[in-house]
Ligand binder design. Structure first.
Ligand code: SF4
Length: 172
């Protein structure tokens, strides 16, 4: 098996939103999985592969994963126990992919970042900081670089359905 386990799990939620149910998890894998990135890129339709500083973003079982060589962040989770269950699913997926990678044509197509302004125009623009970024523009820049996920914007739901849909189509 490529990945045996994980460590240093931390889950967090915005301090400014008591009672919020979106939790983000960060943890380390005990193996470097960067060799799998082109296979994930080929295996999962809506993924975003960054080759320069190896990273891949993708959605699996409703969870958005940001995978670095041996570091992961993900959301959304309801609590720590749920996050732990999904992390085990992710590890199963990576090990299974590693077993069957000889059957997959790897994709080295890198993700082309969406212009920051195009993203910003679709955000609520309240600078409320609930995403843990100081402004909507800073959050848009992080989204463009693949360093944040749209679900971190807690104001987007019910703000403007057409803009929300546009963002979901634009972003990986
Ligand atoms: S949560 Fe959404 S509206 Fe609030 S600052 Fe972040 S991006 Fe802007």
């Amino acid at each position: 098996m490529l990945v045996q386990g994980y460590s240093d799990l931390e889950i967090s939620t915005p301090d400014c939103m008591p009672g919020i149910t979106i939790w983000t998890a960060g943890f380390k894998l005990d193996a470097d999985v960067s060799s799998l990135f082109p296979y994930i890129n080929a295996d999962i339709k809506k993924s975003a592969y960054y080759a320069e500083h190896p990273c891949i973003l993708f959605e699996l079982e409703g969870v958005k994963w940001s995978l670095y060589p041996n570091k992961v962040s993900a959301l959304p989770f309801e609590d720590k126990a749920q996050a732990e269950g999904f992390i085990l699913h992710l590890i199963d997926y990576l090990n299974d992919l590693n077993e069957r990678k000889h059957t997959i044509d790897p994709s080295y197509e890198v993700y082309k970042p969406i212009p920051v302004l195009d993203i910003f125009k679709c955000l609520p623009g309240t600078n409320c900081k609930k995403c843990e970024y100081s402004t909507c523009m800073a959050f848009a820049a992080a989204l463009s670089k693949g360093e944040a996920m749209l679900d971190q914007c807690l104001e987007i739901k019910g703000f403007d359905i057409s803009k929300e849909t546009k963002l979901k189509e634009m972003l990986p």
